[in-house]
Design a protein around this ligand. Structure first.
Ligand code: SAM
Ligand code: SF4
Length: 333
């Protein structure tokens, strides 16, 4: 039997203790910055089964991973997704089970997620104007998402955070309103800089709003105190004084977060991507399917993958072609 370490350390000395698993590339929305309008989805046999997803997560957890984020596509449109959350929620090594959702299914799934052990939930919200919301998501219904946020509040997750991608001339005039909404709702909000992941219908460099600019706008209207909160991710947080709201900034462009990167991503096809902004990957699906009753080869492949985790991403908005051609819905945000 080969001996293996029980922690994942990459060639740059960073420990990987966080995985983000996309359980579907499908989505009930078509956000303009995330996917093309005529996106085609994978067929069922190209996608990991939920049992295979559970095997992957268990193997990573046996290797010291303690935080698991389930994402997509829209994770909650996958049939029986709750079963997977329950399986992961029962693993002793999992300190944090979290998910990122567009909120459309939360009204009827929030309770089951909470019961499965989900502690924190991120809900994407790019506009509070129903017409504009529909334009950005191409099909989404704002009322449904607001109902989902209300349901999430009702079941009392430890933390609820909105995720907002600001785009110039599209929704950047809502920066203050979105923060006011978060304050009213007593929840957090993070601004994610738009990333050039996948080719979309607009020029990324003309829609890009830097978080430096967003922070400066907010500082003119809200008393913000830099927060010591560190969630182990690229976000930097500011507390809005005398409120329960923290404002986070996820800034791959204006702040390079790679030196402290602690995560890897697994797509719904079982591709293990070592960096969101690079193409280095290994394929886990063939290993899983060749060894249906033995997780050892999977474990060894994951340990080996640490050797090729890149030092950092390579985003450049001005490049004619995107740095990474896959969509965020494919890799999992
Ligand atoms: N469907 C879920 C949702 O929208 O929250 C989960 C998957 S989505 C890919 C995860 C996050 O990625 C969302 O907050 C979304 O706004 C963000 N996202 C998608 N494409 C992006 C891009 N090109 N740049 C920055 N953020 C992006
Ligand atoms: Fe779907 Fe989320 Fe992408 Fe929007 S950002 S299209 S909700 S996967």
């Amino acid at each position: 039997m080969p001996t293996e370490p029980n922690t994942l350390i990459d060639a740059h000395g960073r420990q990987v203790d966080y995985i983000r698993l996309s359980i579907t590339d499908r989505c009930d929305f078509r956000c303009t910055y995330c996917m093309g309008e005529d996106v085609s989805f994978l067929s069922r046999d190209e996608v990991l089964s939920l049992e295979e997803c559970a095997r992957i997560v268990k193997t990573f957890v046996a290797l010291g991973v303690s935080k698991v984020r389930i994402t997509g596509g829209e994770p909650l449109v996958r049939k029986n997704a709750i079963w997977l959350f329950e399986e992961i929620g029962q693993l002793a090594g999992v300190r944090e089970l979290v998910t990122t959702t567009n909120g459309s299914q939360l009204a009827h799934q929030a309770l089951a997620l909470k019961a499965a052990g989900v502690k924190r939930i991120n809900i994407s919200l790019d506009s509070l104007n129903a017409e504009r919301f529909k334009k950005i998501t191409r099909v989404g219904d704002l009322a449904k998402v607001l109902g989902g946020i209300a349901a999430a509040k009702q079941v009392s997750f430890e933390n609820i955070k909105l995720n907002t991608v600001l785009m110039r001339g599209i929704n950047d005039d809502e920066t203050l309103d979105l923060v006011r909404f978060a304050i009213e709702q007593k929840i957090d909000i993070s601004f994610i800089e738009e990333m050039p992941i996948g080719a979309v219908d607009h020029a990324r460099d003309s829609s890009f709003v830097s978080n430096t600019e967003t922070l400066a706008t907010l500082q003119q209207h809200f008393p913000l105190v830099s927060s010591a909160l560190n969630t182990g991710g690229p976000a930097r947080y500011w507390q809005v004084t005398d409120t329960q709201t923290k404002v986070g900034f996820i800034s791959p462009h204006s702040h390079n977060f790679c030196e402290a990167c602690n995560r890897v991503r697994i797509t719904c096809k079982g591709e293990l991507y070592l960096c969101l902004g690079q193409d280095d990957k290994i394929e886990l699906m063939p290993i899983l399917r060749a060894h249906p009753h033995d997780d050892e080869p999977l474990k060894q492949a994951i340990i080996e993958s640490m050797k090729i985790k890149p030092k950092g991403h390579d985003f450049d908005l001005k490049r004619a072609a995107p740095a990474v051609v896959r969509f965020m819905s494919h890799t999992g945000g």
